[in-house]
Design a protein around this ligand. Sequence first.
Ligand SMILES: [Zn+2]
Length: 413
Amino acid sequence: MRNLILNLIDFVSGFNLNKGLKKVLEMDTWDRSQIEQYQHERFEKLKFYASKSEIYRDCQAWDLKDFPKFSFDFYRTNPEKFRTNFRKIYRVIPTSGSTGTPKEIVVSKEMIQAKRTAHLKLLHWNNIKRSDLEIFIGGDVVSTKKRIYYFLKNQICLTSFDIDRDNARKYINKINQCKPKIIFSYPHALNVLLNYAEVLNLHVYQPKAIYTGAEKLHPETVQLIKHHFPETRLVNEYWSTEGNIGLSCPEGSLHVDEDTVIVEVDNVNEEGVGDLLLTNLYSYDFPIIRYPLGDKIKLSDNFCKCGRKTKVIEKIEGRSGDFFSRPNGRIISFTDMRIAKWTTNAVIIYQMIYISKEDRLVFKYVPKKGGFQIAKDEMKKYFQNHLDIDLTFEETGKIESSQSGKFQPFISV
Ligand SMILES: [Zn+2]
């Protein structure tokens, strides 16, 4: 019955996901030359559409390496130059508009099909059926119409916008009562939830798999997940609005989704880490070619044990945009801050706020109220001695996410 409903949803929404899945699973058996041949053909098709835009007018004779690398600022200030305008735009997704992101991203129907298919592939790889119950924790408050849609897809949606003590208890009860096969969560939401589970002394049902997305998954959160869900497989779906970049296989490796994207690593340092340049092979309405996503990654030199010959991402480092520039010319990268060292077991959630006008930092946090305390003096001293910046603490009952439900642990105001 559930499968019938899912097929019907595909039919009505115009996405044939089952057929798409069958096709992408073929790549699992291909060798490197077959994958490259496939990518070449897809790229030729993308070039055909790209040549309809002003900026890529002459691109049909170019190889991938001939395409210029544009900065975010260029994308931000010249969006109309990229539009291919050969058909009606399918969807425009506004972004948070923070530093280092374009104002909006044009998404083609093919990009959405590819993203949904990639999700099915992740389920398939991990032996989970599309019809199995999923609890989704993320995003904004869901409309009734969407709620029905999720209900039909056998998904329960819980917003990550506003999780306080009471909501955390409700969410945990819901999980225990529904016993989902899979939980999706924005990492910060799961982090908050599991911290409250400890405070409230609540047991949480163990699903078969947990996957996270939309925000960076920090090592502290991974530890917390493993502690609460020792039997659960933690899988990663690495995506952004511009494209699904990678998926983890049963061996735990993050494979590049090479049927959808080409990933290049630019400005590689001595450790092999560099800027991710993304090409989305289905970005027909607004070509995403060698696009600077803002993440730093390292590709592995080896193939995965699972036998798939797609490239493996060995490491993802924080967004290179997560930094603030100070009046004295110094730049402090937020990812460099070792916050966990001073706050382990003492906070539910925190947000580091840089007050640019006054050149100082505020550490806002929801305390856990156990025996553990933040090592405030040590932390303050560290920032004073190493970064010559004043840090104050602000205790609060909850910290809200942005409108989209995404959480920003480091902000500049
Ligand atoms: Zn693998």
